[in-house]
Design a protein around this ligand. Structure first.
Ligand SMILES: *[C@@H]1O[C@H](CO)[C@@H](O)[C@H](O)[C@H]1NC(C)=O
Ligand SMILES: *[C@@H]1O[C@H](CO)[C@@H](O)[C@H](O)[C@H]1NC(C)=O
Ligand SMILES: *[C@@H]1O[C@H](CO)[C@@H](O)[C@H](O)[C@H]1NC(C)=O
Ligand SMILES: *[C@@H]1O[C@H](CO)[C@@H](O)[C@H](O)[C@H]1NC(C)=O
Ligand SMILES: *[C@@H]1O[C@H](CO)[C@@H](O)[C@H](O)[C@H]1NC(C)=O
Ligand SMILES: *[C@@H]1O[C@H](CO)[C@@H](O)[C@H](O)[C@H]1NC(C)=O
Ligand SMILES: *[C@@H]1O[C@H](CO)[C@@H](O)[C@H](O)[C@H]1NC(C)=O
Ligand SMILES: *[C@@H]1O[C@H](CO)[C@@H](O)[C@H](O)[C@H]1NC(C)=O
Ligand SMILES: *[C@@H]1O[C@H](CO)[C@@H](O)[C@H](O)[C@H]1NC(C)=O
Ligand SMILES: *[C@@H]1O[C@H](CO)[C@@H](O)[C@H](O)[C@H]1NC(C)=O
Ligand SMILES: [Cu+2]
Length: 531
């Protein structure tokens, strides 16, 4: 292993370094700085040290416009030894080009983590006209459980749905997340020891929540004016819990799912899995009053954690002119006989047929009974020491170049790949998420329908008992992580790497910069407690 590392480091130094992007100022450059710091926060009234961007939970909002070039200078200033001190940022749902895939932030797939007191500059140019609702989070182990999450919105000046709403701004973003009082290191240790996924203490809505027996932290208030139509961008930043969203007496018209503009589709309840995003239009067409926004969650047996009370996961929709008070109606879990979203009913506004597959992959998921170990086709993913992309740049091209535990699929370039998830008997609704790409949901778990004509394209879909089929195109060669967005499961091995189309030609397009090449030697040299 030492020899391999050394060889990797030497090869990295020998590789040519074309000065791409260094002197040229990209158009529409939007530069921001994020200081990753430990801060004491108390979203639900229980104060704890957390891993944050700039000291807040959620972190600062990042807003962009279609075609922008985002450059994030990240300074790792983590000091608290009770949590991981290295880190790495992922820009969830954002497409990355082959050339730029080394900025994608997945530890041991496309990068090494960034140690304490180190900095890294992420270049995130928006490509292919991508717009919509996204987020950023730590991609290192389960570190985002400790707080490092924030919204990233890409506005579209030519939004084809613009006529459907009047307001879409920094005040109409709903970030839903699960929250734990303990830090992720003991929680993960407990999971490994027992096989029981940690049960969250509370749910947070835009960074505030309540736990059973805790203080009455004021609920988040969403102000609206009667007669206006609002585009709410809902982001499920959960690391485990499933939230069911509804607003008393109001419908929600879905117009976007994970960055794909959809045909408007009206429901009154949406079940969202971790990592999923929806934009909904809510028409403030009811009498001036306060209404509950319900965001109850399901995530493990509440008996395991008496702090957990899903009913307390909520916010308030307040019409201008209504008193500054809680709604007078009872707190419910949502409408009875709900007109709930069925994923298979969503259609992209710009229909595109799912092309015929060139390669079919079958994936079977199962948990090793009683253990914190998830398997895909009998393999439990284990992060390699040398990131997949480093190996690829050093010449790895065949399955045999990777350890079995890397669960890496070698796929041809410009091909259509079908992934067929066998019905998952545990039906844990594993939200499978693909990095750097999206996929066609040819068969959603929510329906028996196989739709190759105009399927939804998104980057997270729930894999459950009914089986799921997705297709994606390897037109953006790279080493793309494809994993369950329940980060506990991911950490327990529920992950694969889709090594898409990395033949010699495409590999030659990837020119990591010196800063990236230095990450692995620096990380490997850190003592274990700073990694
Ligand atoms: C984060 O904090 C740094 C240091 O105070 C500041 O320069 C930067 O603008 C902040 N970033 C954002 C996105 O607010
Ligand atoms: C990081 O820098 C601070 C301030 O210079 C120093 O006190 C601390 O020991 C450094 N931490 C590490 C892990 O090097
Ligand atoms: C965190 O977990 C550790 C180990 O199980 C335990 O000793 C500690 O009391 C827990 N802290 C909190 C705040 O729950
Ligand atoms: C977020 O995802 C988690 C895990 O899949 C899920 O339990 C929760 O209900 C989701 N939240 C929302 C608001 O949909
Ligand atoms: C919600 O949608 C249903 C079905 O489209 C409709 O009957 C109902 O009037 C709508 N409710 C509101 C409050 O707009
Ligand atoms: C959860 O909170 C609601 C609202 O305060 C309360 O009515 C209910 O009794 C609580 N549930 C439990 C199990 O304590
Ligand atoms: C892949 O599976 C589809 C059915 O979903 C089938 O029509 C096709 O022939 C298969 N292709 C290959 C290359 O095995
Ligand atoms: C997994 O292992 C079992 C038992 O060894 C075997 O029967 C099965 O075919 C394997 N499945 C896959 C997809 O390799
Ligand atoms: C390689 O895979 C084997 C199982 O096939 C596993 O025991 C071993 O730990 C893996 N090695 C590394 C470095 O991941
Ligand atoms: C998948 O579909 C099955 C069968 O309709 C259903 O029971 C299950 O709840 C669904 N699971 C998810 C995660 O949506
Ligand atoms: Cu899962």
């Amino acid at each position: 292993m030492q020899l391999l590392l050394l060889t990797t480091a030497i090869l990295a130094l020998l590789r040519p370094h074309p000065a791409i992007g260094a002197a040229i100022r990209p158009r529409n450059l939007k530069e921001i700085t994020l200081d990753i710091v430990n801060a004491n926060v108390a979203p639900d009234g229980f104060e704890r040290s957390a891993v944050t961007a700039n000291g807040t939970y959620p972190g600062p909002l990042i807003t962009l416009t279609k075609g922008d070039f985002l450059r994030v200078t990240m300074h790792n200033r983590l000091t608290d030894p009770t949590m991981r001190r290295s880190t790495s940022l992922n820009f969830d749902g954002i497409f990355f080009s082959t050339q730029n895939s080394f900025h994608e932030g997945t530890p041991f797939v496309t990068t090494c983590p960034i140690g304490p007191n180190a900095s890294f500059v992420y270049d995130v140019p928006l490509i292919e006209g991508q717009t919509g609702t996204f987020w950023y989070h730590s991609q290192l182990s389960v570190q985002y459980v400790d707080g490092l999450r924030g919204a990233l919105i890409v506005y579209d000046p030519e939004d084809p749905s613009a006529h459907l709403y009047d307001v879409d701004d920094v005040n109409t973003i709903w970030q839903i997340g699960d929250w734990w009082h303990n830090s992720s290191i003991p929680l993960l240790a407990g999971y490994v020891a027992t096989g029981i996924v940690p049960v969250s203490d509370s749910g947070t809505f835009n960074g505030v929540g309540r736990f059973q027996g805790g203080p009455e932290v004021p609920f988040f208030v969403q102000n609206v004016e009667a007669g206006k139509r609002y585009r709410f961008r809902i982001i499920n930043q959960s690391a485990r819990n499933v939230f069911t969203m509804s607003v008393d007496n109001h419908n929600l018209t879905i117009i976007e799912a994970d960055g794909t503009t959809t045909v408007p589709h009206t429901v009154n309840q949406i079940i969202m899995l971790a990592g999923q995003r929806y934009s909904v239009v809510l028409e403030a067409n009811q009498p001036v009053a306060n209404y509950w926004i319900n965001a109850p969650f399901v995530g493990g047996n509440p008996a395991v954690n008496p702090n957990q009370n899903a009913t307390l996961s909520r916010a308030i929709l307040r019409y201008a002119g209504a008193p500054a008070a809680d709604p007078v109606t009872p707190m419910t879990l949502g409408p009875v006989n709900a007109n709930e979203l069925i994923e298979a009913d969503l259609r992209p506004l710009a229909a595109q047929a799912a092309p015929t597959p060139d390669v079919n992959i079958s994936l079977t998921l199962f948990v090793t009974p009683g253990k914190a170990q998830w398997n895909i086709n009998n393999v439990s993913y284990l992060s390699p020491v040398v990131p997949t992309l480093v190996k690829v740049l050093d010449g790895a091209t065949r399955a045999a170049d990777f350890n079995v535990t890397e669960n890496t699929f070698i796929l041809p370039v410009n091909s259509v790949i079908e992934v067929d998830f066998a019905p998952n008997i545990d039906d844990e609704a594993h939200p499978f998420h693909m990095h750097g790409n999206n996929f066609f949901v040819v068969k959603s778990n929510s329906s028996d329908l196989v739709n190759t004509v105009n399927p939804l394209r998104r980057d997270v879909t729930g894999v459950g008992a009914a089986g799921v089929i997705v297709r994606f195109i390897t037109n953006r060669p790279g080493t793309w992580f494809f994993h369950c967005h329940i980060f506990w499961h991911m950490q327990a091995g529920l992950a694969t790497v889709m090594a898409s189309g990395l033949d010699g030609t495409d590999r030659a397009d990837i020119h990591p910069n010196r800063a990236w090449e230095n990450l692995c030697p620096a990380y490997d040299a850190l003592p274990a407690d700073l990694q």
